[in-house]
Design a protein around this ligand. Structure first.
Ligand code: ZN
Length: 397
């Protein structure tokens, strides 16, 4: 006996799209038919920016779906949609790429789900719960201390992890790492997680040697409010934190205010600020060559970091990136420039792609969680080379 087959038209489950969860963000225009689901991306609160999306589709498995995200010509980075493939997941752990086309204003995603529920996002999300897990597990390491710096506008904690012996008589160097000032750039926190886990691995020689000479100050998420709210670029008040470093305030940008205050307490010998770039399909760094105090010493440290990292991994390159600032024209409201200026130190913005590394493309996953984490681990090799040079400078003083 065979089971009666239901006609396809009556077998369709109602389509339900929701985003009322951690970092969820979408608005439904219409979702009556699987072949024409129409969506828009809401703005970051009190801001013009919109680009981050993350939503759940509950529908009929094995039926072809076409989703349109409208009005992207006015999004924060229209070039970000060219050559871009959206990510999807059934289990919220493995995020794979799905067929995506862009016509200059609309993003068209075509997909046949294998299960009733599938999640879509701009990039693999890094949840607030995972952030809390990371902080909690790191503090149990012998070398790591968890410090509370202050409170965000939504009442979340601004957390700092300090790795290494701050009070050693050897005058340890101070390496600061921040990630996710722009909350939609979730790759930044995946990368910070990889870096932190390697640093805390007691069997890793690079980490052990680094911690003999340096203390790490790591802020794995600079913008927890924006992250939970599903923002691309701003905090709860619609403020772009990476333009607040000249005059941060507790009212508008407490995240930057407290981190900068702590930096002035500890000093900074090297600063790495982790981000994602919407348009460029490469990993690269942007430096402080436009700063008033940029000099041959900083240029040499930059060279050491970049050349070491390039010989360590094909995921990093120095051919494609942002145009360099002309001398004296740096925007000192940007974290990297402000910190490089205040502490006369090597300061870099690290940019990772939303799309893929075009030098080493992966059609199934694109730039992905494992690759972000691996790049974070590899960062320590570049940092080690800089720390060795800084130790040499210390001795020759
Ligand atoms: Zn950014």
């Amino acid at each position: 006996m065979t089971a009666p087959v239901m006609p396809a038209s009556t077998a369709l489950a109602p389509i339900r799209i929701s985003s009322n969860f951690d970092s969820g963000n979408i608005a439904v225009i219409s979702a009556s038919s699987p072949d024409n689901i129409r969506l828009q991306i809401p703005n970051d609160n009190a801001s013009e920016f919109y680009q981050w999306f993350h939503f759940r589709l509950h529908s009929t498995p094995m039926v072809h779906h076409t989703l349109f995200i409208e009005d992207l010509a006015n999004s924060a980075y229209p070039k970000g949609w060219e050559g871009y493939q959206a990510v999807a997941s059934y289990d919220r752990e493995e995020w794979f790429r799905v067929d995506t086309e862009f016509d200059g204003d609309e993003l068209k995603i075509t997909f046949t789900p294998e299960h009733a529920v599938v999640y879509f996002a701009y990039f693999a999300p890094y949840s607030y719960d995972r952030h809390l897990d990371l902080l909690a597990s790191a503090q149990t390491s012998f070398d790591c201390r968890h410090e509370l710096l202050g409170e965000t506008l939504d009442g979340r904690d601004i957390s700092l992890l300090i790795v290494g012996d701050e009070y050693a008589d050897t005058k340890p160097l101070k390496v600061w790492i921040t990630a996710r000032q722009h909350p939609g750039e979730s790759m930044a926190q995946w990368c910070a997680e990889g870096l932190l886990e390697r640093l805390l691995d007691e069997d890793d020689g690079v980490a052990r040697e680094l911690l003999q000479h340096a203390v790490f100050y790591i802020v794995p998420n600079m913008n927890p409010d924006g992250s939970v709210r599903g923002h691309l670029r701003t905090n709860a008040a619609g403020v772009n934190l990476n333009r607040e470093w000249q005059a941060p305030s507790i009212e508008k940008s407490p995240e930057v205010y407290y981190v900068l205050q702590k930096m002035h307490e500890t000093g900074v010998d090297m600063f790495l600020d982790m981000h994602g770039d919407e348009a460029l399909p490469y990993n690269f760094v942007a430096g402080t060559e436009g700063n008033p105090n940029y000099d041959a010493r900083i240029a040499n440290l930059e060279h050491i970091f970049k050349s070491t990292l390039m010989s360590t991994t094909p995921e990093f390159q120095d051919t494609y990136g942002y145009p360099k600032d002309k001398p004296g024209t740096a925007n000192l409201t940007i974290g990297c420039n402000a910190v490089g200026h205040a502490f006369s130190c090597l300061a870099y913005t690290l940019e990772m792609p939303f799309k893929d590394n075009a030098d080493l493309p992966d059609a199934a996953y694109g730039w992905s969680i494992p690759r972000c984490r691996q790049l974070g681990e590899d960062m320590l090799v570049g940092i080690r080379a800089v720390v060795q040079q800084l130790k040499t400078e210390q001795h020759s003083k």
